[in-house]
Design a protein around this ligand. Sequence first.
Ligand code: NAI
Length: 250
Amino acid sequence: MEFENKTVIVTGSARGIGREIALKFGAEGARVVVFDIDIDGQAEIADAVCGEIRAAGGEAEYFLGDVSKPADTDALIKFAKDKFGSVDVIVNNAGITRDNLIMRMSEADWDAVLTVNLKGAFNVIKSAARTLMKQRAGVIVNMASVSGVMGNAGQANYSASKAGLIGLTKSVAKELASRNIRCNAIAPGFIETPMTAKLPEDIQKAYKDSIPLKRFGQVEDIANLAVFLAGDKAKYITGQVINVDGGLVM
Ligand code: NAI
């Protein structure tokens, strides 16, 4: 139980990759804060994720809010400290897509994606920074994407947000290293989640053909790395971007 007595915040963990990450940390004994956007029915969904974490031996509480709002991320950190006494690991996983060709991409879609994916991670890190620095310990894992590494037609906003997140990761790693805080990014390729399920079948096939391993990844492929990066076995790894993509980027 590597994460016993450790508090882990996972943003966007009501479903998809974030949910799997929350469950994996729970299975390692962590005290998990499931954080996701406050929309209809979300409380029940987040509560069910907490129930699964508790059943697997972890502790869990959910908190709803919007990563793009600093007041919400401040409240999230306060919630974690009030409930569990510390903030040890942060996984900035919340993310959205608003894909379109650049000529048709609205300013609103550009702003929405940059605001959630990039500013959201900045907000959470900024809200937590004082606490982590005081503790002289902490780990941050940011969910980037291969799109942020190699670009992707139709995803100018998303790729820019994820490339920005990689810059943020490296800067935070440099800035906070002296306080024993590590910060790394994971760049998933195509992972089977609601986000990829909405792609048309022919596009899915074309993507699979371009992947050396010829298949999409599973949420546990990402969650396994998030847990590894947060743990002691990765204690000398910081400022890195690790691709989990079946060989797509090499
Ligand atoms: P998803 O759409 O299934 O889950 C994203 C979660 O983030 C949802 O629960 C959503 O409610 C939450 N969220 C969205 N906006 C939020 C906000 N403003 N505040 C708080 N929570 C918010 O997506 P998926 O596939 O699980 O992706 C998770 C992360 O992994 C994202 O950052 C995504 O960009 C990244 N990623 C996913 C890939 C894939 O193939 N699925 C590939 C590369 C990266």
